[in-house]
Design a protein around this ligand. Sequence first.
Ligand SMILES: C[S@@+](CC[C@H](N)C(=O)[O-])C[C@H]1O[C@@H](n2cnc3c(N)ncnc32)[C@H](O)[C@@H]1O
Length: 388
Amino acid sequence: MQNNLFPLYESELGERTNPYLLLDRKSEFKSKFNLVDLFAGIGGFHYGVEAAAQKFGKGINTLLVSEIEPNSQKTYKINHKVEVRGDINGIELSDYSSNADIVTAGFPCQPFSNSGKKRGLSDPRGQFYFRIEEIIKHFKAKSFILENVPGIKSNGGGKYRAELSHKPAVIGQSMHFLEENLLNLKDYEVKWVEVDSSDFGSPQVRRRVYIIGIHRDYTQNLNFHFGATPKNNFMSIVDEVIQPKLELSQNQEDNLRSFMKNPPSYKNGMRRVGKAYLCKGGNVGQGYHAYGLVPTLTKVWARFLPIYFPSSEENVPDVNLKTFNPGPNYGHGYFRKVSVREALLLQGFPKDFIPNENDGLAYEQAGNAVNARVVEKLSEFIFGHINQ
Ligand SMILES: C[S@@+](CC[C@H](N)C(=O)[O-])C[C@H]1O[C@@H](n2cnc3c(N)ncnc32)[C@H](O)[C@@H]1O
């Protein structure tokens, strides 16, 4: 086996964890955690929280789900079989009287991401924070998880010392403003942490900031310890069905292949082949070796991501190991895009998730979602405190 190109995985074969969630939706759980799922998308948080609840022998009862976009609402409803409300600002909170165990919110990231206009909390979308806070208080939540892109840390300019970060950090105006408000939540211990989903067993490099709050009735001091999870790679979620529609355009394929004589670059567990090229949709990308991690899926990037399955003449890891199902493309020097199913598995969603019937929307929704495998781990940590 060639191992110097693949230092990350060599010692880890045989100890892998499942990269996507395995959920039991047949059993009736007598005891349940109450969930409020805001900016719910297609329900990545719902899945992760539910998987963690099951580790405590519990199910999930959704008190409120809010998602404004009709196609995402539809996908959420089909998969989670609960009512989905619309605009978070249009919900009459006095209609709800139960208390929540956990409030989740992957609030819109455009104000903070590199592709957005970087107006931070002065942007009306940045103001969503105050509505989330109101909802946390209304539902007397025992805990919450807020998620955003790493750009939120530096957004808005300025340099401040982080006070709620898991480890020392310098932050910009937006995060500082958020911290000031979170510090005012006197009933909660709050800390934020930046996590890469590949550190939690997902084959995708996806760094996100997670702000976690637990009511002071349940903890006086938040110290994150999630435990080490061995890395997985794309081969661990490969879809066995080859679909002709996943082939690259001739132009894209020629472009990638014309640079294949260059040595592959290997960084952060991602083995890139070919050279960056411009493709439809305006994004720049390279091919990614199937035996490695893939980069962050986004709304656009999810449906253009080219995966390279090496040929048998190449000196590549022998994947005829019991730990992998290499799929029919491996060993054939083959390029193709990721399938909708693979995009969802890269986000940790369970295998039986029903995607939108329109592939374009399905990729978009997958790229927009939170990684459910990460949510599972964070929720397990939270339930360890509040499950009494
Ligand atoms: C970053 S995505 C969250 C995705 C979600 N975590 C998932 O797993 O699919 C943000 C979501 O907020 C929704 N959204 C934006 N404005 C909203 C509003 N005013 N009320 C409710 N949802 C809103 C968007 O449609 C989008 O689906």
